[in-house]
Design a protein around this ligand. Structure first.
Ligand code: X90
Length: 278
């Protein structure tokens, strides 16, 4: 196998066409159950279980061994992880890359710290897929995807930050602001790859118009846009329609978040990755 894309499960992709691809699962762990975020986990069932579960829940990033298994026997590995600002996944992948090169010095591997999550990671994987298919060599691909990453952004709308706060990923004070009177927290991935609140939507109806405003403020001008949603296909569809009515030729897709992003984005949450012009 010549080229392979490896991404952790927070990228919300199950498979990719025309390229070798592996998704390395994170885990959601409760006292009585463990949900491995692979292609078999039933996200809706997990959300249902967690709704009635009152104990402590944590998450775990993939281990070095899991990354090594995913790198497998590829000559060129391109690995994309969730932000190192919120997870140990990037560190595990980097340690695995080091071990891989020690074992196979003639092979090549690059680990991209997405500084993001969900659909922005998917955009990076799609760019890798495109450049691999065009037949570019390893160093050109790394250079182009690194440059591309400067143009991609992530924004989101969250109805609850309970799990983020309980797991120390946002300050409790930020989480407390939401969860009142249908308020949704809007935010973006900061340059450091952490969660940066930047607005509120009062009620579900305001979410799509507010996200449209944010998109345009942040330089979206009709490029690729990807949406992951947690049990909120309605809002994802509405956002797609709103984007297409403003930018008729935009390439917009949406899909359900896998388990890790569903756990943190929670019921109703929506993540939007997009290409910015500026
Ligand atoms: O290593 C682990 O246990 C995983 C920890 C992941 C924590 C954050 C996941 C965020 C998922 C929520 C909103 C988007 C925030 C993105 C900021 C960069 C999605």
């Amino acid at each position: 196998m010549k080229n392979k894309i490896v991404m952790d499960s927070s990228g919300d992709l199950k498979q990719m066409d025309g390229v070798s691809f592996s998704c390395v699962p994170l885990k959601i762990v409760t006292d009585s159950r463990e949900f491995v975020d692979d292609n078999h986990v039933d996200g809706d069932e997990m959300i249902g279980y967690l709704r009635q579960y009152t104990g402590k829940t944590t998450t775990a990033c993939p281990g070095v061994g899991e990354y090594l298994d995913a790198f497998s026997d590829a000559e060129n590995v391109y690995c994309v992880t969730i932000t190192s600002g919120l997870s140990g996944s990037y560190n595990a992948a980097t340690a695995a890359a080091k071990a891989y090169l020690e074992q196979y010095p003639q092979r090549k591997i690059h680990v991209f710290d997405s500084l993001s999550a969900g659909p922005e990671m998917a955009l990076l994987a799609e760019k890798l897929q495109e450049l691999i298919t065009e037949g570019l060599d390893f160093s050109q691909i790394v250079e182009k995807v690194t440059a591309y990453q400067q143009k991609t952004r992530l924004i989101f709308s969250l109805e609850s930050l309970h799990n983020l706060a309980n797991n120390g990923r946002v300050p409790m004070a930020v989480a407390k602001v939401v969860g009142v009177l249908g308020l949704r927290l809007l935010g973006k991935a900061s340059d450091e790859g952490t969660l940066q609140p930047n607005g509120k939507a009062r009620g579900e109806k305001k979410v799509v118009p507010e996200l449209m405003k944010k998109l345009q403020e942040m330089g979206y001008a009709g490029g690729k846009l990807r949406i992951s949603h947690c049990c909120n296909e309605k809002a994802a569809m509405e956002l797609k329609q709103a984007v297409l009515s403003r930018f008729a030729n935009a390439d917009v897709q949406y899909w359900p978040a896998k388990a890790l992003c569903s756990f943190y984005a929670e019921d109703g949450g929506m993540l939007v990755g997009f290409e910015a012009e500026a």
